[in-house]
Design a protein around this ligand. Structure first.
Ligand SMILES: [Mg+2]
Length: 229
């Protein structure tokens, strides 16, 4: 095995986070009395994206994202709605919805026992813990690093240092970070000094930086990457 420690991102890599988010957003809109979630979603996405970018830059704690996105949303549309209740409905919706992408379990089953598998996810603790429990992700991953619990988020190398501590050492030359995000997963792996595998199902153009070791368009290509010499 070329790589013996595999560090996985969760959202949009293993998990259909888009479906999860759509269902959660519908629940949050219901709380606000809005019956047509589609017309509001793109603006919500803009707000959410900007806040997560601030988290990646280390300017905002993940926990702040939870309610702030709905405060900004309520302000923007001048709604008479409680952003905290919306945030609660949204978090429950995120935790309770969204499946692993087809084929993911098969790949993880093949890798289990052959490599140390770790989850490294930027997310709110409550949401990610609900998903871990519902999808029984602790079958595969230990430790599970959730940025909202560690006060540090990818691409900050300190989240990988926490993982290394939990594992009692992490040989960098045989470790691989797998994820869909160039700004958090690929940059995070690069910052920590390990190889990276970019899951790029939509064939996005490869950025000039960070340097990316492997690129895969279908998830099961990971098996070849991990085993290759
Ligand atoms: Mg992701």
């Amino acid at each position: 095995m070329r790589y013996s420690t595999l560090l996985f991102d969760l959202d949009h890599t293993l998990l259909d986070s888009f479906a999860s988010e759509q269902a959660a957003f519908r629940a949050a809109m219901e709380v606000a009395g809005l019956s047509d979630p589609h017309s509001y979603f793109s603006h919500y996405e803009r707000i959410n994206h900007a806040l997560w970018a601030a988290v990646e830059r280390g300017e905002m704690h993940v926990d702040e994202v939870r309610v702030t996105r709905f405060e900004q949303f309520v302000d923007y549309f001048h709604l008479d709605a409680d952003p905290v209740a919306m945030a609660d409905a949204f978090v429950n919706g995120l935790g309770n919805n969204g499946e692993l992408f087809p084929g993911v379990v098969e790949v993880l089953d093949k890798l289990r026992g052959r490599a140390t598998m770790v989850l490294v996810t930027n997310g709110v603790s409550q949401v990610q813990r609900m998903r871990v429990a519902r999808l029984r992700l602790d079958r595969y991953f230990s430790p599970i690093a959730i940025s909202g619990e560690l006060d540090v988020a990818k691409p900050d190398p300190r989240i990988y240092e926490w993982v290394a501590e939990q594992l009692g050492g992490l040989p960098k030359e045989s470790a691989l970070m797998i994820g869909d995000s160039t700004s958090s997963d690929m940059q995070g792996g690069f910052n920590y000094g390990i190889d990276t595998a970019w899951y790029n199902p939509f064939h996005k153009p490869r950025p000039a930086s960070p340097e990316i070791t492997h690129e895969l368009h279908v998830f099961d290509a990971l098996l070849n990457i991990v085993a290759s010499e």
